[in-house]
Design a protein around this ligand. Structure first.
Ligand SMILES: Nc1ncnc2c1ncn2[C@@H]1O[C@H](COP(=O)(O)OP(=O)(O)OP(=O)(O)O)[C@@H](O)[C@H]1O
Ligand SMILES: [Mg+2]
Length: 352
């Protein structure tokens, strides 16, 4: 719903024309004069050009669908409707609401390092983006250590009080870092089932966060429960993190296949990150791409000492080693996620 829109006003009205189509169109025009945020689809057995021209002259009429209805045409019209709604939403809230989830193909592949440093690099862009970082590793979440923060609140506070969740409550539960990131920490211990987020909690939370943040970076780790799958469904980018070893690549292949075949995401939203990339690694890039039937979208160079010393000092790579090639790689990665038309630094060749 847009701001200025009455809560009883529908987003979409589908109206079938009767034989008395001129009268119908007058009524629709009168309706739109009161409810001017509603879009109208006209369905009509009569596709005479006269009817079509008159219908499209009525304010708010966006589609004219000849009856009997064609399923593909309806789906395309609804897709266009959703796209327009998304753009309106973006205009009214002023935030991009991009959800980026990172999934580990195996423990220890570097997913938390990537989530933290991507969020930090986005936050550092001169555009003043609002960036949130969410930890879905409920017991083994270690984002606070990476960012040297001690959150007072965590996921359990959201789940227990989902009825109270609004912008104000949310800003109290998130922990702001010195660099301006808002972190939703995990409980860090075994919560009772009732305190863990359900898919419905995820929907409510992410819908709210999309209105408040430009980027929501989510460290999913290896979670594949219903809540994680709900996050994946709602993500604009689902990024699978792997390294050049056969067990990881084999897991990555199974994750990609499961997500695509079950419709949790589609090919256009799926990305593959190869972390700890070594040029002379046992498995070369071509083999990775062919084996996974998936293009690599990002290579992150192997640099254990720089990443480890950043983690140990509770700093991000842009703070601890801004000139390192790995920090530059994260900066370019963040650039690649900026909206079209944003000025970017020249890429360094890590992207495909
Ligand atoms: N590009 C890199 N090059 C070398 N080492 C890296 C790189 N990225 C991360 N690491 C190292 O990998 C280790 C694991 O990193 P991290 O905790 O981010 O992985 P994870 O996938 O989140 O692990 P977990 O399964 O425990 O959640 C750390 O010691 C980190 O320093
Ligand atoms: Mg981790």
């Amino acid at each position: 719903m847009e701001s200025g829109q009455n809560s009883s006003e529908p987003d979409l009205l589908i109206h079938e024309l009767t034989e008395n189509w001129e009268k119908d169109l007058e009524q629709i025009q009168a309706y739109i004069e009161t409810f001017d945020h509603t879009e109208v689809f006209i369905v009509s057995e009569n596709s005479d050009p006269q009817v079509l021209i008159h219908a499209l002259r009525v304010d708010g009429v966006k589609e004219f669908l000849p009856a009997p209805l064609d399923e593909a045409a309806i789906n395309q019209a609804l897709d266009r409707f959703l796209e327009r709604q998304g753009k309106k939403q973006q205009k009214t809230t002023g935030h991009l609401g991009q959800i980026i989830s990172l999934i580990s193909s195996k423990g220890g592949v570097g997913t938390t390092t990537i989530a933290v440093n991507l969020a930090d690099s986005l936050k550092r862009k001169p555009n003043g983006f609002t960036v949130a970082l969410m930890d879905m590793n409920m017991v083994f979440g270690d984002i606070p250590m990476f960012l040297n923060i001690s959150p007072k609140h965590h996921w359990g506070d959201i789940t227990r009080n989902i009825d109270r969740l609004d912008e104000f409550y949310l800003s109290n539960v998130l922990t702001r870092t010195a660099g301006g990131l808002d972190v939703l920490a995990s409980p860090g211990y075994l919560e009772k089932q009732a305190n863990l987020p359900t898919p419905q909690v995820i929907i409510t939370l992410l819908e709210l966060m999309k209105k408040k943040y430009d980027y929501i970076v989510i460290d999913l780790g290896q979670s594949m429960n219903d809540s994680a799958l709900q996050i994946i469904k709602m993500s604009n980018r689902v990024e699978i993190v792997t390294i050049q070893t056969l067990p990881c690549l084999s897991n990555a292949s199974r994750v990609i296949k499961s997500l695509l075949e079950n419709g949790y995401t589609d090919q256009a939203n799926l990305y593959l990150i190869l972390n700890r990339y070594i040029k002379k690694g046992i498995v070369n890039l071509q083999t990775v791409e062919q084996g996974l039937n998936q293009k690599i979208s990002l290579l992150i160079p192997n640099d254990y000492s720089t990443t480890m010393s950043a983690i140990n000092s509770g700093q991000t790579l842009q703070e601890s080693a801004p000139k390192s090639s790995i920090a530059r790689c994260y900066n370019d990665y963040a650039d690649s996620l900026l909206p079209e038309g944003t000025e970017k630094r020249k890429k360094k060749g890590w992207f495909f």
